[in-house]
Design a protein. Structure first.
Length: 435
């Protein structure tokens, strides 16, 4: 990055404004692309009705999406080094939006499969690493934490705004069309799809046209020996703990995708009310993500992570054990607490990568390796729920599913404490060497 401190104030300010504006585009893209893919978070029941598929079949589509993501993590990093974030993000947003328009035609069979495969490529292969690299290029060295913290919290804010609009449109058109769920769902899909297309155009027009030559000039010297770099990363115990912590935290986050359907099945709330509860939960993301970053810097990242795991696990257990007669206010309170705690985990868990003492030359590869391991829940969690839903009635299946995830929350807490111990030991050794 350019040394802005060495520039005249007027030039530095102009450069900063340009960076902040371009960062805003990255933020808009990151906050708009995934809600279309994971429309089930707020509209699972209408999707099952409109597409005439079972919960298990929908789970298979998301497992397939997870497999594509899994296969794309490492190639995505390679692609981000070959092409500019501007090009890749533009292609990703445009492709996702166009596939959304196809999804709105209510395809079935092979065509529906192709939509999910396409979404996996546009949001995984061409977007994931390009988005992260774009943010990293825009942030100065002393801004990395706040940029990525705002990225996750800001994504949540954008998702919450879009979800609020979507729920409002769904409710309005459901009443206007005399309970025509298909037409109401189509309007929601159109809204998300056109949002992606507009952001694609804005990114192409306004994002920087340079291709990151400044960073590629410092290209890692060991890039020709990927196997040696992978062997080096595999020898770092802390890296495995970071992967385990993110794996556990990501599963807690995955649980929130099923809250809408669970509160409808278990507590008898309407589809609109269930959507409103989960949308309210989305508003906890900017609060949880940004706050966790500051708390982590103040009290220690692993300390805060351990407490977040404990809290999220406790409230998830509360949701499992709550009687069906509980009031909507209590239900909302528990869902919001789980939301703020899981989003706090998301906002903080990538920050602990620094505890691995990984050099910048292999940091990108490290992120790819960790992503490859930590995001496997995209593959197996839908299968776990599909297995349970085929053998138990709906409420029991959800409770068993949440129970498994709560157990993983305890594992995440223990892994955080273990990483804390390793980090403390390293600091003691460093102090002895300097003494």
């Amino acid at each position: 990055m350019t040394d802005h401190a060495a520039l005249p104030p007027a030039i530095a300010n102009k450069s900063n404004r340009k960076r902040y504006f371009q960062f805003s585009l990255m933020l808009l893209a990151a906050g708009s692309i995934y809600p279309l893919l994971y429309l089930r978070q707020n509209f699972e029941t209408p999707i099952l009705e409109v597409f005439d598929i079972t919960s298990s079949e929908l789970g298979n589509f998301y497992s397939m999406l997870g497999v594509v993501f899994f296969l794309c993590y490492l190639p995505s990093g390679w692609l981000a080094d070959k092409f500019s974030p501007r090009l890749l993000v533009t292609v990703s947003m445009a492709g996702t939006g166009l596939l959304g328009l196809l999804f709105a035609t209510i395809p079935s069979g092979v065509m529906l499969t192709m939509v999910f495969l396409g979404w996996g490529l546009t949001s995984g292969l061409t977007f994931w690493s390009a988005m992260l690299k774009g943010v990293k290029m825009l942030a100065k060295k002393d801004e990395q934490g706040r940029f990525f913290g705002i990225l996750d919290g800001g994504r949540g804010l954008i998702e919450a705004i879009l979800a609020t609009i979507a729920i409002s449109l769904f409710a309005y058109y459901l009443n206007d069309q005399q309970d025509n769920t298909t037409e109401a769902l189509k309007v929601v899909v159109y809204m998300y799809s056109f949002t992606c297309l507009v952001i694609a155009a804005l990114t192409f027009i306004f994002f920087t046209r340079h291709d990151g030559s400044e960073i590629r000039a410092k290209k890692i010297k060991t890039s020709g020996n990927v196997l040696a770099d992978l062997k080096h990363l595999a020898s770092i115990p802390a890296l495995w703990l970071v992967a385990l912590i993110i794996l556990c935290g990501y599963q807690l986050f995955w649980a929130t995708y099923s809250f809408s359907a669970y509160v409808q099945e278990g507590y008898g709330v309407t589809a609109v009310a269930a959507g409103a509860i989960t949308v309210a939960k989305l508003w906890m993301r900017p609060i949880g993500g940004i706050t966790a970053g500051f708390l982590g810097d103040r009290f220690g990242k692993t300390n805060v992570l351990a407490l977040l795991f404990l809290g999220a696990t406790a409230f998830l257990a509360t949701l499992i054990l709550m009687p069906t007669s509980v009031g909507t206010v209590a239900l909302l309170a528990v869902v919001l607490m789980i939301g703020v705690l899981t989003y706090a985990l998301r906002g903080l868990y990538w920050a602990i990568l620094d505890d691995c003492d990984i050099s910048i030359e292999v940091a990108g590869l490290a992120i790819g390796v960790i992503s490859l391991l930590a995001y496997t829940p995209d593959i197996f969690l839908p299968q776990i729920y599909g297995f349970l839903s085929a053998r138990f009635e709906a409420v029991t299946a959800y409770q068993l599913y949440f129970g498994y995830i709560a157990c993983m929350g305890i594992v995440g807490m223990l892994a955080s404490l273990k990483l804390k111990a390793i980090t403390a030991r390293k600091e003691q050794q460093l102090q002895h060497q300097q003494a």
